[in-house]
Design a protein around this ligand. Structure first.
Ligand code: HEM
Length: 391
């Protein structure tokens, strides 16, 4: 396996990781990324196979050794379906899926339409940040509504979530960790008292359903309930915010916005946005047995990194993959993962994008950059730090 060196905190890489991915592809299905000391793949077939193979999973083979100052963060993670394998994963995921029925998600359509319209009609005149005015409030307020958390908590949810995801970034420092832990403690304290209050005031929302599962005894502990709410609130907006941001950037850069406005093109455009410049680039798996994938033998206890954004540009799947083409045939890309941990929120995220983007461009056909957009200084999340525009 070829070894490649690329600092994940190098500003040029963070702004545009695609040249590295392109070079890495020449190394074959797997390469050793020295800076992470991990075997990696951005080969679409390998990524898909590993996501679906039960011999690879999120739980480490040996229990994590957690330094004391990070204990509060990992105490929450310990109950997260995203960090678990069956049988606990199955139980937690099924409880959430019961509430995320396709009917319930489709039923959010009028809410998403009304909120996107309200936001698009309230833009300030002159230059403003589209992330703050549109891309952030929409998914945060929708996921808060779905869970049944007051929408005026949105600024806190954004702050806590931003601090917590710092734990997944390359080159994190003690300050990043302290911020993540403080945010975790504040988030848990809020959820604990909120869930307590909500036990006596049921409503037609996800928290009520989860509380019902909790009171049925074995099904859900209070800690699992709290972690599940935090996971949904965090996962429920972070990536959607940046997919809206990256998508608007791509559409403005390529100037092919009108194609999006036709209802028959919306689905293809959104899938192409998800494929072309996804918000999350790397997920890892632990290896539970000796496994061979495309010529590479993994041993129990190994780890492998799956590069979703690189897989999405695999020329064996997509013709001219570096070209943004909303008219290409829709086929599965890696942005929502696959297999057991396939994104629970994919139908919601897709619906939000399919409704919000046409509303934005219909209300503001003259939308244009007020400054060149820059990505935030982080990896593996890949989202803009701001999107300054004028209408
Ligand atoms: C464009 C937006 C989104 C993207 C790109 C995205 C991406 C992903 C990916 C790649 C995974 C799988 C990670 C892995 O296998 O290791 C995942 C899992 C997950 N996502 Fe999303 N997501 C998005 C939106 C959402 C939304 C809106 C929600 C909630 C309403 C959500 C909730 C979750 C949850 C709960 C999991 C864990 C599933 C499990 O472990 O079984 N996501 N997401």
């Amino acid at each position: 396996m070829q070894t490649l060196t690329q600092s994940p905190t190098d500003p040029a890489f963070v702004q545009n990781p695609y040249p590295f991915y392109k070079a890495a592809r020449a190394a074959g299905p797997f390469f050793h990324w020295q800076d992470y000391d991990l075997p990696c793949t951005g080969n679409a077939a390998a990524v898909n196979a590993i996501f679906r193979d039960r011999r690879f999973g999120r739980e480490p083979v040996a229990p994590l050794v957690v330094p004391p100052h990070l204990a509060p963060f990992y105490a929450v993670e310990a109950h997260s379906m995203l960090e678990l394998e069956p049988p606990r994963h199955t139980r937690l995921r099924n409880l959430v899926l019961r509430a995320f029925t396709s009917r319930r998600i489709a039923g959010l359509q009028p809410d998403i339409t009304a909120l996107a319209t309200e936001l698009a009609e309230s833009f300030p005149s002159g230059e403003f940040d589209l992330l703050q005015a549109f891309a952030q409030p929409l998914p945060v307020r929708i996921i808060a509504r779905l869970l049944g958390v007051p929408e005026d908590m949105a600024p806190d949810l954004l702050r806590w979530s931003n601090a917590m995801v710092g734990m997944y970034m390359a080159g994190r420092t003690r300050a990043t960790e302290d911020r993540a832990v403080a945010a975790t403690e504040a988030f848990v304290a809020f959820m604990r008292s909120y869930v307590k209050a909500r036990r006596t005031t049921p409503a037609d929302d996800l928290i009520t359903q989860l509380i019902a599962a909790e009171s049925e005894g074995e099904k859900l502990t209070t800690d699992e309930l709290i972690t599940t709410c935090i996971l949904l609130l965090n996962a429920g907006h972070e990536a959607t915010v940046h997919t809206i941001g990256n998508g608007v950037k791509t559409l403005l850069e390529t100037g092919i916005v009108p194609s999006l406005l036709a209802p028959e093109s919306v689905e293809g455009t959104v899938e192409e946005i998800l494929r072309f410049d996804p918000a999350l680039h790397m997920f890892t798996r632990h290896v539970y047995g000796d496994v061979e994938v495309m010529g590479h033998t993994f041993r129990r206890g190994d780890q492998v990194a799956l590069l979703l954004a690189m897989a999405n540009r695999d020329p064996q799947v997509w013709e001219d993959p570096a070209n943004f083409n909303p008219h290409r045939l829709v086929r599965p890309n890696a942005s929502f993962g696959a297999g057991l941990h396939f994104c629970v929120g994919a139908p919601l995220a897709r619906l939000e994008l399919q409704i919000a983007l046409p509303i934005l461009f219909r209300r503001h056909p003259g939308l244009k950059f007020a400054a060149p957009p820059r990505y935030g200084d982080v990896y593996h999340f890949h989202g803009l730090s701001a999107l300054l525009v004028t209408t």
